[in-house]
Write a protein that binds this ligand. Structure first.
Ligand SMILES: [Zn+2]
Length: 144
């Protein structure tokens, strides 16, 4: 099994976040309480007070992180039984899935920096919506 993501590129300064403990996630919420603009950043150094929500990067990692991520997409069956509403709704699903892939899928963080390269587009534009995002293919993309 591929190793889980271990480092990220800060969305503010562009430099690598080498230690999970230095990573932080910030996002905004609009007037309709929809969440958007998820950014992975260096905690404190690159934090912005204009973002309404934030938490440690490690909350989004591993299986527990996947549980947290899915709570942004669904309130889950227990709350649904009691007809409770969700406190979180995602504004832009493509943006959020990109964020999920960054924190969950090996090689995605590195490969996403190359998606716009001619060779990548040439090789993968005819592929399915799934296949380019498997770790073995992402690893190939990182080397392009
Ligand atoms: Zn930074």
């Amino acid at each position: 099994m591929d190793k889980p993501p271990e480092y990220w590129y800060c969305d503010v300064c562009g430099y690598i976040i080498e230690n999970v403990s230095d990573g932080y996630v910030i996002w905004n919420t609009n007037d309709e309480l929809k969440c958007f603009d998820f950014k992975i950043i260096h905690q404190i150094k690159c934090d912005s007070k204009s973002y309404l929500s934030s938490t440690a990067l490690n909350h989004f990692l591993g299986v527990n992180g996947l549980v947290y991520l899915t709570s942004f997409l669904s309130i889950g069956p227990i709350k649904k039984i009691t007809c409770q509403g969700s406190s979180k709704v995602i504004l832009n699903i493509d943006e959020f899935v990109d964020f999920i892939r960054r924190v969950q899928i090996p090689y995605y963080e590195e490969a996403r920096r190359k998606f716009a390269k001619f060779g990548v587009i040439e090789n993968y534009s005819d592929s399915s919506e799934v296949s380019p995002y498997f770790p073995d293919i992402l690893k190939i993309i990182t080397e392009m």
